[in-house]
Design a protein around this ligand. Sequence first.
Ligand code: GLU
Length: 388
Amino acid sequence: MSTVPVIKFASSPHRIYGSRRVVIKIGSALLVDKKSGLVRTGWMESLAVDLNCLRHAGVEVLIVSSGAIALGCRRLGINHIRSKIKARQPTAAIGQIILAHAYQEVMFRHDITTAQILLSTDNTEQRKLHLYLRSTINDLLALGVVPVINENDTVSTTGFRFGDNDRLGARLAQLANADTLIILSDIDGLYTADPRSNSTAHHIPEVKCITSEIEAMAGDAGSNYTSGGMITKLAAAKIAATIGCRTVISNGLEPNPIYRIDNGARCTWFHEFASSLTTRKRWIASSLDPRGQLILDAGALDALIAGKSLLPAGVIEVVGTFERGDVVTLHAPDGALCGRGLISYASHDARQIAGLKSCEIETILGYCSSDEIVHRNDLVLIACSIPK
Ligand code: GLU
């Protein structure tokens, strides 16, 4: 068992011990020993020590844990990377029980009660189910329990899955109203380029706003420089920022990963935006499953920035297939993401009324459920993406 660290409050304004509620996302590389393929229980013991320090400081903790597929693959002697897609469902079933067993055994030794929650996209993306899940998580936290959450990879199918636990972590930060998202990975944060292939890459300790320049640093999908990919980590940090939650990406491979962050370990902190969004708007802002896109003209974008609703007249193009009430993303004329909203018309109808005046809707469609294509009460602008 690891030694109990003496917790000193770091002088940095970036510290976890001042948080109220944190989501800790733990990547597979930290949980699964490369050589043996077994759970790194020694490391998990050190995490339990850190969790108790947090809990004693009044910080509530949710864990989003990967590792099921990697553990299942190792148990079957399958190459994790090559067989990732084909063997995902059965290996996750095998690995998840190993993972849950390890959490239960280790955390129990530290007097921490854990609870397993396995999620499908419906549980977070359908508003009603989302509210049930939120209430269960709040009940568990009120009981002093640490929820250990993962995607239910065994039943999720392509097209209806989170796919990565980084964005799931951000979604849960929104759901649980957390103020800090901690992404523990096998890399110590964001670099200007992939440090494993580019010797001139330098580390970025702090990001105030995730601009397109920052996003470009994560490389493209084929050049991800962590096992889970920097792209999904930035996407998670962006979602979290929008809902008023800061994010830290840190290398968690060494023992006591939380203690290390607060005591000067190299990592990247992403600032949150001051967010006065209602809980419903936070849900819209952090949706992981937008069904379509609306490309807006410059006048419509100005109107949204001025706090108005989106009218069909301001829509240049409608992309995708969606139903009334689905989440769609809103884009500037150059395609830059500017916001998200709940759409008032299904894609077939939205296409027909795009560019028209609201008074023409009834003539074209034979009904008019709303003058607005996205009402301002159902709309969230994403600050960093709005062109100056
Ligand atoms: N849910 C996957 C697992 O447990 C991991 C997904 C991820 O690492 O982002 O293996």
